[in-house]
Write a protein that binds this ligand. Structure first.
Ligand SMILES: Cc1cc2nc3c(=O)[nH]c(=O)nc-3n(C[C@H](O)[C@H](O)[C@H](O)COP(=O)(O)O)c2cc1C
Length: 339
């Protein structure tokens, strides 16, 4: 751990207490991105790094990735299990068996109800953090026995759901409805966001886009530079007509997908454009027009490519400064903006 990180005072919430971490900052699961170096850097800095199970081609590869992560940090990290409907689903039972056999005790589920996996994880002492995009799904997950919820607002990269409720309303609505600890996700990049999430009743934040633009993210430099250059206007929602909305970077491919579906096209008409292999080429080769790739509105707030550990440190330090500024404003001895 670097000296700078050690100097950041611990930010304790129900979420950090639940999972035994130092800061309530989570690096959400990211397909092709959530690998050992990134997850370990976040965890080593006191946040919660998350490996993405399905980025590994087989359950045996996931076991190896878990070992690689352990070689880099002895702090807790989690595994994202994205459960999406598929014609040929991945062998979820084998992936979850590896998670348990490797002794990982934190799982982030997403994509659909964690119900089919809850009994298994509970039996093996795994705490499930379920990520969802609506209060009703969060409440359902709480009833199923999840340890915590991650609530993803309309701003988020990837799948924001179909309700289009941004975090400013979604987060306090979740706070009113939930008993278990929960973290706010979608649109968070800095200490202002973390302080706001805590003020709205969350116990921490989950970030994707911000960590995608970190030094340890295993994606081409061109992708990171694009995120820094892009504004909050540079995303598109695709698959709206199919009720499987995804927020991706604005490029020629996403514009084309939007146009075809708006003109009454079917999924078959856009399938070649949205193939996962093409999106993967964006990350591997840095060809920003090769396919569609997930990114959130929050890219408009990302100004640098930084080490992931430093990002954890910085967001906590900045949040503290925000709160201290508010104290001074209430005391009548300062303004609400940084000097
Ligand atoms: C490149 C990328 C890939 C992602 N892949 C997944 C995934 O496989 N599973 C998942 O649950 N969420 C995935 N997400 C969503 C993030 O975990 C997180 O919920 C989201 O990025 C939060 O919004 P933000 O980007 O504004 O921080 C992905 C996000 C990005 C940027």
């Amino acid at each position: 751990m670097s000296e700078a990180v050690a100097a950041v005072p611990r930010l304790r919430t129900r979420f950090t207490e639940l999972l035994g971490i130092e800061h309530p900052v989570v690096q959400g699961g990211m397909m092709w991105v959530g690998r050992a170096e990134l997850a370990a850097a976040v965890s080593e800095a006191g946040g919660l790094g998350v490996l993405t199970a399905l980025t590994q081609p087989t359950p045996a590869d996931l076991a190896r990735e878990i070992e690689r992560t352990r070689a880099l940090t002895d702090k807790p990290f989690g595994i994202n299990l994205t459960i999406l409907p598929a014609i040929t689903p991945p062998p979820y039972e084998e992936y979850r068996r590896v998670i348990v056999d490797c002794g990982v005790t934190i799982v982030e589920t997403a994509g659909s109800s964690p119900a089919p996996h809850m009994e298994f994880f509970a039996r093996h002492g795994v705490r499930v953090v379920h990520k969802c995009t609506s209060v009703r799904h969060a409440v359902k997950a709480e009833r199923l026995g999840v340890a915590a919820v991650s609530i993803d607002g309309f701003e988020c990269a990837g799948h924001p759901g179909e309700d289009d409720v941004p975090g400013l309303v979604l987060v306090p609505a979740a706070a009113d409805a939930l008993t278990v600890p929960f973290i706010a996700s979608g649109g968070f990049t800095d200490g202002r966001g973390l302080a706001a999430a805590l003020a709205l009743g969350a116990d921490g934040v989950n970030m994707g886009t911000r960590f995608l633009c970190s030094e340890e993210a295993p994606v081409a430099e061109a992708v990171k530079r694009r995120i820094v250059e892009a504004s909050e206007l540079d995303t598109r929602l695709v698959f709206r007509e199919l009720r499987n909305t995804a927020r991706v970077a604005r490029n020629t491919v996403s514009e084309e997908v939007v146009r075809i579906l708006a003109d009454g096209g079917a999924f078959a008409d856009v399938r070649p454009l949205v193939a996962g292999a093409r999106g993967r080429r964006v990350f591997e080769d840095g060809d920003l027009e090769a396919g569609i790739w997930s990114v959130g509105l929050s890219q408009g707030l990302v100004r640098d490519i930084a080490p992931a550990g430093l990002l954890v440190e910085r967001i906590v330090r900045e949040a503290r400064e925000v709160v201290e500024r508010m104290h001074r404003a209430f005391a009548g001895t300062g303004g609400t903006r940084p000097a």
